[in-house]
Design a protein around this ligand. Structure first.
Ligand code: ADQ
Length: 490
């Protein structure tokens, strides 16, 4: 088995200064970490990424934080300017909104692209320093799309894989990017490009056809092929999964059972509707609250009979747009509760914090309806985690058409257009009224899919695709130096 090297912008934890010589370590919350961490823990390998603080990385606290994760951790340091221009800037004010079709949220600041390239080069240096021949180098997500080009420029010939966790937009949107050609060219230095859904693959190929006149797309049934500058690049869709067994086992555990019973007991005679998201405008939280308000307005029988528990995990709060966005959510929650609450019923329970794992699982297990309505989402793991925790095979899932998960869960979920407030409101009523038999039949179908296409299936699928790339030319020539650092594969 080849050694696995995972490269992502963030490490699975964040270090933070809590005063002179005092440090806190917080586990990172987010889809990438939830998916990749269990795999690396099981297989071993190396994780290269940024520990979340700017400036020099403190040796002692870093060693303490990485004492026994079951894999090696290699940090990449970022300065404040790097963080502002590469992380908040190009990654989160250009690529993130644009790739979620939200071009009005973009801020196309010209200096961001240079910072993006420069920081990607630093990640490339870290990879070059710690990789060996035969390693499986797997780069993750939209922050690091330039890494393969930077590595090629350093003479690395090893096979390089990339997985995009977020959607890839259609050409008309992608073309708004000031560097469409440079970004596609950078991506085409990888050997395998993985996307969440077939639609993302189609969009990417559409962009290649329109933007890269010297690339040739060769349609294939399984992995697609692009020929570019005498190289062959494979592409495919690999829908990410979750560690189903660990969620299921967790949901069955005694503390989670107890907590979910407590949760239910707090709301007698009510169906509980659950929204769990990172604070992000792509997750459709205001639209969801408006739909819930509309449901209470137009379907009075829901009043006093449903409670929406909306959990929002603080994220990227330093970006002003995220701050404004939170205020919008706060106002909507206040409006709904102000208008509809009674002396013994509060329609929206709003938590602005991360939940610990037991609490999260207790919410999944205890809530009757999951309300997952992103405006656009690469996959959305919350939808899958909810299904895994429904060990009673009950529970309804309201799911946005625009979540990647809709492709796999459409046979059981109630699919909605999150922008259509009335349709979503009517779907709440439908979920509320759904018979136990129908809920079970739908949930069974979804659980079967989530169990089968879990995160280990996803990794295997990706690694198998990587293994077909050809075993030639894994040579690392140090271009500017004298030595060849890695010998060719046999
Ligand atoms: P995210 O945008 O972070 O991921 P998502 O897939 O929903 O979105 O994952 C969120 C993760 O955070 C889940 O594992 C969930 O359990 C956890 N989480 C959410 N709220 C929480 C809370 N309040 N407390 C604790 N944990 C919480 C990106 C893409 C997605 C894609 C993933 C994986 O945007 O589309 O599905 O990567 O590829």
């Amino acid at each position: 088995m080849n050694r696995l090297i995972i490269v992502s912008n963030r490490l699975p934890f964040a270090l933070d200064s809590a005063g002179e010589d005092l440090w806190t370590v917080t586990p990172a919350v987010g889809g990438l970490v939830s998916a990749v961490e269990p795999v690396l823990r099981e297989r071993g390998g190396t994780w290269i990424g940024w520990p979340g603080i700017t400036g020099k990385i403190p040796k002692g606290p870093f060693a303490e934080a990485t004492r026994d994760p079951g894999y090696k951790v290699v940090p990449v340091a970022l300065s404040e300017t790097d963080r502002d221009e590469f992380y908040y800037g190009y990654s989160n004010e250009v690529i993130w909104p644009l790739f979620h079709d939200l071009q009005n949220f973009c801020s196309f600041e010209p200096t961001y692209w240079e910072a993006y390239k420069e920081v990607n080069e630093r990640y490339a240096d870290a990879i070059a320093r710690c990789s060996q021949p035969e390693d499986f180098i797997w780069v993750h997500d939209y922050h690091l799309m330039y890494v393969a080009q930077a590595l090629r420029e350093r003479g690395l010939r090893a096979a390089l894989m990339f997985f995009l966790h977020i959607p890839f937009p259609p050409y008309d949107i992608f073309a708004k990017l000031p560097q469409p050609q440079r970004l596609l060219r950078a991506l085409l230095h990888f050997d395998l490009l993985g996307f969440q859904t077939r639609r993302d693959v189609r969009n990417f190929l559409g962009c290649v056809r329109r933007v890269m006149s010297d690339a040739r797309v060769v349609p294939r049934r399984e992995l697609q092929l692009v020929r570019f500058e005498k190289r062959q690049i494979r592409l495919g869709n690999f829908p990410i999964g979750i560690d189903f067994d660990s969620f299921e086992k967790g949901a069955m555990s005694e503390p989670v059972t107890r907590r979910s019973q407590q949760l239910r007991a707090n709301f007698p005679n009510c169906q509980l509707i659950l929204g769990v998201d990172r604070l992000d405008y792509s997750k459709g939280i205001p639209e969801r609250l408006r739909a819930f308000r509309n449901a209470l307005e137009r379907h009075p029988k829901l009043r006093g009979r449903v409670v929406l528990i909306q959990v929002v995990v603080p994220s990227r709060v330093e970006i002003p747009r995220y701050h404004e966005f939170k205020q919008r959510i706060d106002r909507l929650v206040g409006d709904i509760n102000g208008r509809f609450s009674t002396s013994n019923w509060l329609p929206v329970q709003y938590h602005f914090r991360s939940l610990d794992r037991e609490d999260l699982l207790a919410h999944y297990r205890g809530c009757d309806i999951a309300f997952v309505t992103p405006l656009k989402d690469g996959m959305n793991l919350v939808a899958k985690e909810y299904c895994a925790c429904r060990i009673d095979e009950n529970g309804a899932l309201i799911l946005s058409h625009f979540a990647g998960a809709a492709e796999q869960l459409k046979t059981g979920a109630l699919l909605v257009n999150p922008y259509d407030v009335e349709e979503v409101a009517d779907t709440i009523l439908k979920a509320f009224r759904m018979s136990p038999a129908e809920r079970t039949a739908r949930m069974k179908r979804m659980r079967r899919m989530v169990r089968k296409e879990n995160v280990f299936w996803w990794v295997d699928l990706f690694l198998k695709a990587g293994a077909t790339l050809g075993r030639s030319s894994q040579v690392f020539e140090k271009r500017r130096g004298s030595a060849t650092l890695q010998s060719a594969k046999g």
